[in-house]
Design a protein around this ligand. Structure first.
Ligand code: SDX
Length: 431
């Protein structure tokens, strides 16, 4: 069958270029424009890369119209119900669900790398007591690079897999220390007799004076949230990790760059911003006024936790989290007034023409903060939780890129709209 292609013609010069079209397993085919500049002397223009495929990937597939999310072909609904975050991290990194022996080996290996160099604990002391945890996490993650720089050959597949295990193993340690430093609590070493998520909650919330007994309901909720946040195709933070990695940077520094990107409230920082928004609304009777502000172009208020670059349907993760939130609050017999406000806000927004016409639905961040709150996690720690989960996806995507034979340094072009060439004028001659 003839190779599918599209022809782009410049109606001024009359020149044309035939661009091959690549078709994937699912999703929109892509136009390969590598000869565009050579043939037409032009670049494409796509602010925010809304219509640009930056890579080939086999890790995650999203269908924004249908609200579908697959990890290595497995629907997020099934992974959320049947899997564990540690097993999903194996799936993202290795491409297949592990058999029992592989899962045991992965679990053991992650446990054996959960410690960080003792000196790393000193990095936290440099931060103000009230520093935002994402500032701390980005810094200490970059600091981890200093312990594994000379011994990591990014072109060695074994070294890449070791790096993935270290990141997945150490992130709970880094995140819990970030929380404990802020709370004035002593750091807690990992306890490898505990399962991954329980070990994380132990490092976060245990007291040196009391035995720590994990709440199984909280463990299930945390495990679910980590699964739902693990990877999400080429989102802003993942694209940052890939771009930094394409320059052959240290992978721990690449993950630090991902953390810095995720911090933004348009991205992972939205879960924190949703709670702040619900607190600002304060009461169901104020919802309509707030929604009107979010619709007003002259007001930079947006409905946090709503809208998505890809999902033009309900984010499947939000659906799962909404139900889990409901169940958790019921099971913990918690009266969460903000959950009522969130549900009423969702109802009002989903009936409003502004949101309907723009296909703005709740995204993963809309309800996740309410679960974190129920788990007594402070609002400023919501995005570090997101980073803990997404570090599995980031490092899987980094590995995939490094293992892709024709990967090259990312280097976008631009449309220059600056000054024409002009000569330097001595300061005495300037007006
Ligand atoms: C995440 O990419 C990923 O996969 C991200 C993520 C992941 O797992 O990695 O899913 C995690 O980041 C989820 C998104 C979290 N962010 C928020 O909840 C912040 C609030 N949402 C928005 O800022 C916005 O919806 C974005 C950033 C998520 C998407 O922005 P886009 O795709 O660039 O959309 P847009 O700005 O072009 O909006 C289209 C229209 C605009 O109005 P018009 O100019 O057409 O009149 O919709 C409006 C926007 O003003 N709009 C909103 C809105 N989101 C978009 N209006 C009010 N409230 C909102 N939340």
């Amino acid at each position: 069958m003839a190779t599918r292609s599209v022809t782009i013609t410049d109606n001024v010069s009359g020149k044309s270029v035939e661009c091959p079209v690549h078709v994937g397993e699912y999703g929109a085919p892509v136009i390969d424009i590598k000869n565009l500049y050579k043939e037409l002397g032009m670049f494409t223009f796509d602010i925010g890369y809304a219509s640009t495929a930056s890579c080939r990937s086999a890790i995650t597939y999203l269908d924004g119209e249908e609200g579908v999310l697959l990890h290595r072909g497995y629907p997020i609904e099934q992974l959320a119900e049947k899997s564990s975050f540690l097993e999903v991290s194996y799936l993202l990194v290795n491409g297949e669900l592990p058999n029992a022996a592989q899962l045991d080996d992965w679990t053991h290996s992650i446990k054996m790398h959960s410690m960080t160099h003792e000196h790393l604990s000193r990095f936290y002391q440099g931060y103000r007591y009230d520093a935002h945890p994402m500032s701390v996490l980005a810094g200490v993650c970059a600091a981890v690079a200093s312990y594994y720089h000379s011994t990591t050959d990014i072109y060695n597949p074994e070294h890449r897999l070791m790096t993935a295990k270290r990141i997945i193993a150490k992130m709970p340690n880094l995140v819990s220390k970030t929380y404990r430093y802020q709370s004035g609590l002593p750091f807690v070493y990992p306890d490898n007799s505990r399962e991954y998520v329980e070990n994380f909650m132990y490092m976060m919330f245990s007291w040196p004076t009391e035995p720590y007994v994990a709440n199984p309901v909280a463990l299930r909720a945390m495990n679910l949230l980590l699964i739902l946040h693990a990877d999400h195709e080429q989102n802003a933070s993942t694209s940052t990790v890939r771009l930094a990695g394409s320059a052959e940077s240290n992978p721990y520094a690449c993950v630090s760059a991902g953390i810095a990107t995720l911090w933004g409230k348009a991205h992972g920082g939205a879960n924190e911003a949703v709670i702040e928004m619900l607190q600002e609304i304060g009461d169901v009777k104020n919802i309509r006024k707030f929604v009107d502000r979010a619709k007003d172009k002259n007001d930079n208020v947006r409905l946090m936790g709503f809208g998505h670059r890809v999902y033009k349907n309900y984010d499947p993760r939000a659906k799962i989290i909404r139900q889990a939130c409901h169940d958790l609050l019921d099971s913990m017999n918690l009266d969460q007034p903000m959950f009522e406000i969130a549900m009423e806000l969702e109802r009002i927004a989903l009936e409003d023409e502004y949101f309907i016409s723009r296909k703005l639905y709740p995204n993963v961040d809309f309800y996740s903060g309410l679960i974190y709150q129920a788990l007594n996690i402070p609002t400023s720690m919501f995005t570090p939780m997101f980073a803990l989960a997404r570090s599995a996806g980031w490092i899987a995507q980094w590995m995939e890129m490094l293992g892709d034979g024709d990967f090259r340094i990312g280097r976008p072009r631009q449309l220059y709209i600056g000054a024409k060439q002009r000569d330097y004028v001595a300061v005495a001659q300037r007006k």
